[in-house]
Design a protein around this ligand. Structure first.
Ligand code: GLN
Length: 313
């Protein structure tokens, strides 16, 4: 079925926001120093339907860095350029069961980066972006993600510089991948492109539009533009279902039943294929790095709007 009538959706989005506004659990990420400056009270919930209708509640206009959520959309751009088989072979599509920045995961599997949603696989995926040089790759990522969002996304220079100064672990991961012959480009230059993609500035509403583009088979429901093919949108959602919330992906799918992607700055995008997508922003995180209020709001909307993929109605 489709979404309920307008006033019902509007009220449920408002309720998803008000129910969890007072929650105070979770820790704000500080391993990227500037992220620690986020206000724990900020909370936005947005829903965009595949017909373009948009429902916003709370701090849906506050900009934050997209962080790991970029991985989902860069994956889609690379899958579009390279095809299903190539991305599966060269990066992989299985969950690591380990934290997003795990080095052990790579070592345990002969240098495989596992999947495009953990840092190792995301670095390998960014390296596969079309473009000879890193400048071209970055430009293709920025314009590609902007097409998903339906507006020109900008780099947050402060976030970029803060992460670029402190991302020793990502540099180590890139060098380790190089040692296994898994990166064709200069590893530190790829880390730089990846750090830029993570520093693109978005709002909860942008995330909902980006997700709704996947829900709509690759067509942005607000601009009407086709961004990726239907097959790529489907493949991206399949990957998100098993890997989008890192080592908590199984529990997430069990509770909420929606392909989704989270990021350490506090964003979550959760997609209901053929219906629409929810975008949330709230900085306090659980130990795996997933926004706590965001997870609750998505669970509420999945339940009340019937967005669980596995529900028969
Ligand atoms: N840029 C962050 C990092 O590489 C993204 C991580 C995340 O959102 N989980 O560490």
């Amino acid at each position: 079925g489709s979404l309920p009538p307008d006033p019902v959706v509007r009220e449920l989005v408002a309720e998803a926001h008000s129910r969890y506004s007072d929650h105070s659990q979770g820790a704000i990420a500080d391993y990227i120093p500037i992220l620690a400056k986020a206000d724990p009270a900020w909370f936005g919930v947005s829903l965009v339907a595949v017909d373009g209708r948009t429902y916003d509640m709370g701090d849906t206009e506050i900009a934050f860095s997209i962080q790991s959520i970029s991985k989902a959309f860069v994956f889609a751009l690379v899958a579009e350029a390279l095809g299903h088989e190539q991305i599966r072979e060269r990066v992989g599509v299985n969950n690591t069961g380990l934290p997003f920045n795990s080095v052990i995961a790579i070592e345990l599997n002969d240098g495989s980066p596992f999947n495009s949603m953990v840092n190792a696989g995301a670095l390998a995926t960014t390296a596969l972006m079309p473009g000879e040089t890193c400048v071209e790759k970055w430009e293709a990522i920025r314009t590609g993600l902007s097409r998903f969002a339906g507006r020109a996304l900008e780099l947050d220079g402060d976030v970029y510089r803060s992460e670029a100064r402190s991302n020793f672990r990502n540099r180590a991961i890139a060098l380790l991948l190089q040692s296994y012959g898994r990166l064709d480009h200069d590893p530190l230059a790829i880390v730089d492109v990846y750090t830029r993609q993570c520093s693109l500035s978005v709002t909860a509403t942008d995330l909902a539009v980006m997700g709704a583009t996947l829900a709509d088979g690759g067509v942005n429901p607000v601009t009407g533009e086709r961004v990726v093919s239907e097959d790529v949108a489907r493949d991206t959602l399949a990957l998100l279902a098993s890997t989008g919330l890192y080592e908590n992906s199984g529990a997430w799918l069990f509770e909420i039943g929606m392909p989704a992607k989270s990021g350490v700055s506090g964003g979550i995008v959760a997609i209901a294929p053929g219906k629409g997508a929810v975008g949330t922003f709230s900085a306090p995180l659980d130990p795996a790095g997933n926004s706590i209020r965001g997870q609750r709001a998505c669970a509420y909307l999945s339940r009340t709007l019937g967005l669980n993929l596995f529900a028969s109605q």
